[in-house]
Design a protein around this ligand. Structure first.
Ligand code: BGC
Length: 395
């Protein structure tokens, strides 16, 4: 028997490019459709949620979940520099309204990995004018949407900083661990801080949502220092910058092991590949959630926390329930020890476009037919919805 605080948010998350379909005007679409392409397959129609979001919300609401986190697609809102689409903004307002009609709390992410294709020639995150372009978009989006309460500024800026570094050639994954570039991180944090201020001026609560990993030190001082050095750039700088925000979003999937030889790749233990991995090749490690929440709380003791993503890529829905049960147990323990967690949003509502891996890794509580787009809820949706209705009492 385990209950969660009153008003705890129980929900699921998605992002625009992964579910909407035909975001032909963004940088990912360009990469997916380049020849050669490092992507497994193009996103194409994705889940066609641009047209079917009401259906998605019906299923979410019927399950008993009370919160939906989704993102705005910058390339639809600002298809050309400085030119904004009233129709796209209207579309996202309709999504917010559709949430309210079902008594679902909308949580909107301003930036979830994708950029308009023109962003690259306008400086991207490598130049201040790129940051200025982002601010102009964030101002417009926040000034246009109504009836919102909670906004995520940047999704996983630590990954954005890492990728921007790799794509610009400034850091190389082959030369060791790809890591966030401090100068890019500084620009992302500038964009973030601005967005928080603007969100607050509209009466909203805002924060960033960070990719976090649990670390296991299988070695001595050298192993520990590999963890410390990596985490300083990848997590700590962002958590410290978030201290004055309204909340921090914690997003956790797995753990990594460090030996005295260095950080082992995802999906590896100290002595080689992990015995149990998921469809993304990551170690099955659900208790990483509690570990990361504790660490976020340690670094930002006064900050309310939300789990804004947590889930597993698996074709076996029973395994999804097993993973999520363990993850929630570890979360509850961290909360019992004082971590102020206010919500749990599962990744993901739908089986969707998993970036470089394409459609094979299925994270969804709902299956989506790739030809007809028919939605089929999995038992895990009903299971999580029941937990939500009883505020965790059946865990
Ligand atoms: C991202 C999602 C992604 C998920 C699973 C997070 O890094 O925010 O877009 O699908 O992890 O890889």
């Amino acid at each position: 028997m385990s209950t969660f605080p009153d008003g705890f948010l129980w929900g699921a998350a998605t992002s625009s490019h992964q579910i909407e379909g035909n975001n032909v005007n963004n940088d990912w679409w360009r990469m997916e459709n380049a020849t050669p392409s490092m992507m497994t397959e193009p996103s194409g129609d994705a889940c066609d949620s641009w047209h079917r979001y009401e259906e998605d919300l019906d299923l979410l609401a019927a399950s008993g979940l009370n919160t939906y986190r989704f993102s705005l697609e910058w390339s639809r809102i600002e298809p050309a520099p400085g030119e904004f689409s009233a129709a796209a903004l209207r579309h996202y307002q309709s999504m917010v309204d559709a949430c309210h009609r079902r008594e679902i709390k909308p949580v909107v992410t301003i930036h979830h990995f994708t950029h308009p294709a023109w962003f690259r020639s306008h400086g991207s995150w490598l130049e201040q004018r790129g940051v200025d372009a982002f601010k102009r978009y964030a101002d417009k989006a926040l000034g246009s949407l109504r009836d919102l309460e909670m906004v995520c500024t940047l999704n996983e800026p630590n990954l954005v900083s890492t990728w921007a570094g790799v794509m610009s050639g400034a850091s190389s994954p082959e030369g060791g661990e790809a890591k966030p570039r401090p100068e890019i991180t500084a620009r992302l944090l500038d964009a973030h801080t601005h967005t928080v201020e603007v969100a607050r001026s509209h009466g909203l609560r805002a924060g960033l949502v960070l990719a976090m990993t649990a670390y296991e030190v299988a070695g001595g001082a050298a192993a520990q220092s590999y963890v410390d050095e990596h985490r300083a750039l990848d997590e700590d700088v962002f958590i410290e910058a978030a201290r004055a925000d309204d909340f921090l979003g914690v997003q956790v999937y797995t753990r990594r092991v460090a030996t005295d030889d260095g950080l082992q790749p995802f999906g590896h233990d100290a002595d080689g590949p992990s015995a149990r991995t998921t469809l993304t090749g990551w170690t099955f490690a659900p208790r990483s959630l509690g570990y990361c929440v504790r660490r976020a709380h340690e670094l930002a003791p006064d900050l309310p926390l939300y789990v804004t993503e947590n889930g597993i890529a698996t074709a076996d829905d029973e395994e999804r329930i097993e993973y999520t049960t363990e993850a929630l147990f570890s979360l509850r323990e961290a909360m019992d020890d004082g971590a102020p967690v206010r919500g749990y949003l599962h990744w993901s509502l739908l089986d969707n476009f998993e970036w470089i891996h394409g459609y094979r890794p299925t994270f969804g509580l709902i299956a989506v037919d790739r030809e007809t787009f028919a939605r089929t809820p999995k038992p895990s949706l009903d299971w999580l919805g029941r937990l939500a209705k009883q505020n965790g009492a059946t865990l």
